[in-house]
Design a protein around this ligand. Sequence first.
Ligand code: UTP
Length: 289
Amino acid sequence: MRIRKAVIPAAGLGTRILPASKAVPKEMLPIVDKPAIQYIVEEAVDAGITDILIITNRGKAVIEDHFDHSVELENALREKERFSELETIEKIAKLANVMFLRQGETGGLGHAVLKAKTFVDNEPFAVLYGDDVIIGDTPAIGELAQAYEKYGLGVAGVQPVPIEEIGKYCSLEVEPIADRIMKVTDMIEKPSPYQVMSEYAILGRVILPPEIFDILNNIPKGANNELQLTDAMRVLARSKGMTGVQFSGKRYDMGNKLSYMQANVEMGLKNPSFGSQFRQYLKELTQKF
Ligand code: UTP
């Protein structure tokens, strides 16, 4: 079945990137000139997804404004005949059928996904974590959707992470199936060194069957007294299994200060209007250190 719907949880507190995220949602932090969450919506649209539900919270209304028309701005740009900027702005409001729902409390990623039950309505759906931007030649969620169509199981977007860092992620028990494709039979969130199952971790993208809602409704709260999506996916992995897809793009975590800086430098270098100047600037700068 083709994946048409996506959920983007964007209701978290963003405590790792304070004070930037005190009044501005971390999902709205720009990479060069575009908010992180716009990259994520564009990735979903490029993969053929038509309906997107963004889970928000108090203090996150600017996300709704960003995907709405800004009539005053559009009129001003039209009057000034700044048609290129006008097109850029108008396009954002027409990207997809984007809807919003408030989580009400920051009850965890599992709780955020559970809020999407009515929207999803009994079909497989994509989840794109609102603070994970993946830049690549093909949309990462499209690579996962292909695996869903082929194998019919929930899909986790994975990449190997350095073993000394795996304790910050969800480590997966995997058996290789094909190039960059694996069967996932178990997982453990934030493992201590003796619990590590493999170097493969889930990074920001999954495709879930609608059964996940029953699982979420029946598991207890987990770490931090929150409903953890990983706990529900572990039930899925242990029963039916899931498919792991090592996506080809590079992932940047907007909640992490170093990753955020790396995203800006790397996308700055690729920028068509000032990338070469920026490269020259960085070369001169690094000679001084
Ligand atoms: P994170 O765990 O990275 O975000 O969740 P966080 O809770 O903001 O984390 P800290 O405070 O920086 O450590 C991944 C995604 O899930 C969303 C977040 O907004 C983020 O985009 N999320 C998390 C929710 O929508 N609701 C929640 O209750 C928790």
